[in-house]
Design a protein around this ligand. Structure first.
Ligand SMILES: Cc1cc2nc3c(=O)[nH]c(=O)nc-3n(C[C@H](O)[C@H](O)[C@H](O)COP(=O)(O)O)c2cc1C
Ligand SMILES: O=C(O)C(=O)c1ccccc1
Length: 385
């Protein structure tokens, strides 16, 4: 039987009986509102913003509200099991930390604080390539909790290979390759502030600690911060990659590989036929392309085409109920993005853990109210409103 995530609620009420109310905000809207008052405006714009007029970003979240869960009575759901099996690991919770590349700009040691929360809660983290601490340190901070390394494959094959082998050696459970960020989307908030954190040298620790990157840097003749940024910018985008490159990725590692940014059934099949082990259905939270399709509306087609292979999902999950909706549609695990970033901004590691605990408690209690003892029983529970 899994953890009793709903007990987080009881603890809060018990504290209240002693006159202690929570210091941290409850729910996404309150957390976002507080984050707006404490974050550096440019970093806030970077986290909160998306592509174009942010229609797709809003639609991602709004689409969840068109999905209702049918309550079932007298099921005997006194204990709920929210556990999942993924790549040979039994995880107590179906949530994970989606890869976020500016955690170090949001809080000092933001990547390590998130990894420490992952360790504390047993909730896996997908560690971004764009981190302020090297991937080895992030992995060590996550302790015994399994986690994935998110790879932005650089345009230099040896550097890509080096990053993958470092992730393997550091003990990651799998590699997530992100496919939707070869170019930076059109983001009016960041353009207004002329702000891209990496161009100020932030979040480049994985490059600076890489032998191959340092060799390329030395060959450039300068190692000053501007040269680092120039080299990074010249390598980051890799828009010539095609399906033909999957065989090469496959040859690099025996770890499970998942492709992030897949939204169509056709691409799902191609990925799995190309030797990939799982799919990560996401539209990058509407940050990359406006005028898209809410990611949750793409999920059923991806799940069907995946034919039993693991399907991770993110984009627009704002509550424990949203997570249940994605799980009911067949997601294997559900990624949390902006909500935990705001948690980090308002409360450091404690804020991150509070956000995750709240999401898990809400999911657990909603299953209790609605009579679903485990995630398998949720399949087919949704009604389109
Ligand atoms: C500030 C920020 C930075 C991100 N950086 C990365 C990244 O480095 N790699 C990646 O694959 N996705 C990145 N993402 C996308 C997230 O992994 C995820 O797809 C997205 O946040 C989901 O949307 P939501 O937060 O609105 O739910 C980033 C998202 C945010 C908000
Ligand atoms: O901000 C992002 O979502 C992101 O992943 C990214 C990465 C590199 C350049 C621009 C954006």
């Amino acid at each position: 039987m899994g953890a009793n995530f709903g007990d987080y609620q009881l603890g809060i009420y018990m504290n209240g009986a002693q006159g202690v109310v929570p210091e941290l905000p409850m729910g996404f809207a309150a957390t976002e509102e507080l984050a707006q008052t404490v974050m550096d405006p440019r970093v806030l714009g970077y986290v909160a913003g998306g592509a174009g007029n942010e229609h797709t970003q809003r639609a991602n979240a709004a689409a969840f509200d068109r999905l209702g869960i049918m309550p079932r009575m007298l099921v005997g759901a006194a204990q709920r099991d929210l556990g999942i099996d993924m790549f040979g690991h039994r995880m107590p919770s179906p949530l994970f930390f989606a890869p976020v590349g500016v955690l170090g700009a949001v809080a000092d040691d933001g990547d390590l604080a998130t990894a420490a929360s992952s360790s504390e809660l047993g909730v896996p983290m997908v560690a971004s390539t764009l981190a302020s601490a090297p991937l080895e340190q992030v992995r060590a901070s996550a302790g015994g909790t399994p986690g994935f390394f998110q790879l932005y494959p650089p345009a230099d094959r040896e550097l890509t290979e080096s990053l993958v082998h470092r992730a393997e050696a550091a003990g990651y459970t799998g590699i997530v390759i992100t496919l939707d960020t070869w170019v930076n989307g059109w983001r009016p908030r960041d353009l207004s502030a002329a702000y891209l954190p990496m161009l100020s040298g932030q979040c480049l620790a994985n490059y600076l600690t890489d032998d191959r990157f340092r060799k390329l840097l030395a060959e450039q003749g300068s190692t000053d911060p501007a040269a680092v940024v120039m080299l990074w910018a010249s390598l980051f985008g890799n828009p010539t990659m095609t399906w033909e490159d999957l065989a090469w990725f496959r040859s690099l590692t025996s770890l499970p590989i998942l492709l992030k940014g897949i939204c169509s059934p056709e691409d799902t099949r191609r990925a799995l036929d190309g030797g990939m082990d799982g799919i990560y259905c996401s539209n990058h939270g509407g940050r990359q392309a406006n005028g898209g399709i809410p990611a949750i509306d793409c999920l059923p087609g991806v799940v069907e085409a995946a034919d039993g292979a693991p399907v991770l999902f993110d984009s627009g999950v704002r509550s424990g109920v949203d997570a249940l909706r994605a799980l009911a549609l067949g997601a294997t695990a559900v990624g949390i993005g902006r909500p935990y970033v705001y948690g980090l901004a308002v409360g450091g590691q404690a804020g991150v853990s509070h956000v995750m605990r709240s999401l898990l408690a809400e999911a657990d209690l909603t299953m209790a109210v609605n009579g679903y003892p485990d995630l398998a029983s949720l399949r087919g529970a949704l009604h389109r409103l």
